[in-house]
Design a protein around this ligand. Structure first.
Ligand code: FAD
Length: 387
């Protein structure tokens, strides 16, 4: 696809980064694009893809070499996210695995846990999911009901989770549970529940509007005995850990959403140059030009803000508010732009054989998961404006 000429990025991409981008682009073109339609029908991405990606260093590239990572900077992770978003590979949740969940183990796991799990996670042999949301608690995470009762050398876990991404593929589920329900948010802990543990079951693969290749699932825990060695960090610190890691999740999603929006604009500009109505290309109507010019300008501004926040994040600055702003800005922008762009495709935009149609259905969830737009605004108003 021909791409619009855009300004040079603010991020310090080097020759090595660009070589890595070429490698990822080839991998995506050869190993993902030809098969994604089938995976949408299967409602799952095959495990072998994860192992191939792991063997090429595409999962957790910035993790320390002692655990099997490449010890790179976060820009390598950014590249993987962007190259998947560029082609609409919406079922492949490498970023959730490597950028969002694996850091819980790296940051809060003890040495034994890191050695036990990280090499397989980085190699794509163990796939990760995170279980926060429950049927009765999403935005209000403190309202979860899953309990983990201390039984000496293990916790007895009971409860259920819903809407869990990678839910079927997951070998390890970082599970949010109440170890001390009477202590409110100070009674929440993170436990790693493993595939095969007795009493851990998966429900149906959920039918969704979009993200059809994603194995979003329900998880059930019935008297699961989780050994104490699977507690991440300190008991009662789960909520704190979640609050500090969620900024990365929001930033990663914003990176993906921004790149998706750019791809959508690229494909639309190409389309309106060739599709004719009333004897001239649709791109020659003033309405088309003005709308696309507005979107292009908005995207350039959003891109500059996002890249600046990525840089600050890489410098180790706390970006809780800024990551929420990026998530809010980029997901809402994507949702609006993909809708407006689809209009220029007329009836063809409604046909699934056109990538714009898939982009449209995949975009809808972006303002909902990893914290809704309303929750992003609460964070920005509360922590950013002191209201
Ligand atoms: C495809 C998909 C994948 C997902 N993957 C995962 C996953 O891997 N792991 C996981 O744990 N969860 C996952 N989720 C869950 C997702 O994070 C939640 O759906 C989301 O946080 C919203 O929670 P909820 O659905 O319970 O909505 P609710 O919390 O019930 O919210 C309903 C509405 O009320 C609004 N609202 C709530 N509180 C406020 C407030 N204080 N002020 C103003 N408005 C408010 C919300 O913004 C929303 O519009 C996934 C969801 C989807 C759809």
């Amino acid at each position: 696809m021909k791409e619009i000429k855009r300004l040079k990025r603010l991020l310090p991409f080097t020759k090595e980064h660009e070589e890595f981008r070429d490698l990822v682009r080839d991998f995506v073109a050869n190993e993902i694009v030809p098969y994604h339609d089938q995976w949408e029908k299967d409602k799952i991405v095959p495990r072998e893809l994860w192992e191939k990606a792991g063997s090429m260093g595409l999962l957790c590239p910035n993790f320390p070499t002692e655990y099997g990572g490449s010890g790179t900077d976060f820009l390598y992770n950014v590249i993987v996210i962007e190259e998947l978003a560029r082609v609409g590979a919406s079922g492949v949740f490498f970023s959730l695995h490597g950028d969002v969940i694996a850091p819980y183990i790296l940051h809060y796991g003890n040495e034994e846990q890191k050695k036990r799990w990280l090499p397989d996670i980085i190699a794509g042999k163990k796939i990760l999911a995170i279980g926060m949301t429950e049927p009765d608690a999403g935005s209000d995470l403190a309202g979860i009901k899953t309990t983990a009762v201390d039984k000496g050398d293990y916790y007895l876990v009971n409860g259920s989770k819903t809407f869990i991404s990678n839910g079927y593929l997951a070998d390890l589920v970082v599970t949010v549970a109440k170890t001390n329900p009477e202590k409110g948010i100070n009674g929440i802990s993170l436990l790693v529940i493993e595939r095969g543990m007795e009493g851990f079951e998966r429900g149906r693969k959920l039918e969704k509007i979009g993200l059809h290749a994603q194995d979003t699932a329900e998880l059930f825990f019935n008297d699961v005995k989780v050994p104490k060695e699977n507690l991440l960090g300190k008991e009662g610190y789960g909520f704190r850990y979640l609050m500090s890691e969620l900024a990365t999740e929001r930033l990663a999603l914003a990176i993906s959403n921004m790149r998706s929006a750019e791809a959508v604009l690229d494909m639309t500009v190409e389309y309106v140059k060739t599709r004719k109505a009333f004897g001239k290309p649709v791109g020659k109507f003033q309405n088309t030009q003005f709308k696309l010019a507005e979107m292009f300008t908005e995207q350039c501004a959003a891109r500059a803000f996002l890249d600046q926040v990525i840089m600050e994040y890489m410098q180790g600055k706390k970006v809780t508010v800024e990551a929420s702003q990026c998530k809010l800005l980029c997901s809402e922008l994507l949702k609006r732009h993909v809708d407006e762009c689809l209009q220029f495709f007329g009836g063809y935009g409604y046909m699934m054989e056109y990538p714009i149609a898939k982009a449209y259905i995949d975009a809808r969830v972006q303002t909902i998961y990893a914290g809704t737009s309303e929750i992003m605004k609460e964070i920005i108003a509360g922590k950013g404006l002191g209201l």
